[in-house]
Design a protein. Structure first.
Length: 164
C-alpha cells in the first residue's frame, strides 16, 4: 500500500527546532511498536513529506501555532509573523502527492500545526492542547484520505490489512 508519512517520523531533521521525531529511535515507544512501525515502512511504498518545508519554511524555523481553524485560516509564528500561506502551500503539496499517486492513507506526526490529526496547540504558545487538526491533516481528511498519528500504528496496521 502507498502511505504518505511525515518526514520527521522517518528520522529526517525537518522539525522547527532542527531535530526529528524518529519513531524507531524514540525511547517512549516499546520495541514491539518500533518493530511494527519498521515493518510497515519496509513492506509498503512510502512517500515522505514535511509540509512546512514543502511550503517554503526553513529548518530551523520559528515555532508556529494556528490562530484560526476555519477559513480564513491564520497561522502565526512565535514572533507574530504570518506563515499561513506556507502552511496552506505545504498542505496542498501533500494533497497533490496523495492524489497524484493514489495514496489513501497517511501517517502524520501528532500535535503539529501541519500534521496533527487529533490535537494541536491552542495558539497561545503556552503548551496547551486543543482538539483540532493541523492544516495538512485537515486537508487530507477533507479529501477522504485516512490520517493516523504515530500513536496509532496498530490502527494503521489494521487499516492496511483491511484495505489490501
Ligand atoms: S510539518 Fe509535519 S513533517 Fe514537518 S516537522 Fe512538522 S510534524 Fe514533522
Amino acid at each position: 500500500m502507498k502511505i504518505l508519512v511525515s518526514s520527521c517520523l522517518l528520522g529526517e531533521d525537518t522539525r522547527y527546532d532542527g531535530a526529528n521525531s524518529s519513531v524507531a529511535l524514540n525511547p517512549r515507544f516499546r520495541f514491539a511498536q518500533k518493530e511494527l512501525f519498521m515493518d510497515i515502512m519496509c513492506e509498503n511504498e512510502i512517500f515522505s513529506i514535511c509540509p512546512e518545508v514543502a511550503g517554503g519554511l526553513g529548518v530551523p524555523r520559528n515555532k508556529a501555532e494556528i490562530q484560526s481553524h476555519k477559513k480564513p485560516f491564520l497561522v502565526l509564528d512565535e514572533k507574530q509573523n504570518d506563515v499561513t500561506i506556507n502552511f496552506l502551500l505545504g498542505a496542498k503539496k501533500a494533497l497533490d502527492i496523495c492524489l497524484g499517486n493514489g495514496i489513501k492513507v497517511a501517517l502524520l506526526k501528532s500535535k503539529s500545526p501541519s500534521c496533527g490529526n487529533k490535537q494541536v496547540y491552542d495558539g497561545t504558545f503556552l503548551g496547551n492542547l486543543i482538539d483540532e487538526k493541523g492544516l495538512t491533516a485537515r486537508l487530507l481528511e477533507e479529501n477522504s484520505i485516512k490520517v493516523f498519528n504515530e500513536y496509532e500504528i496498530e490502527e494503521l496496521n489494521k487499516f492496511i490489512k483491511d484495505n489490501k
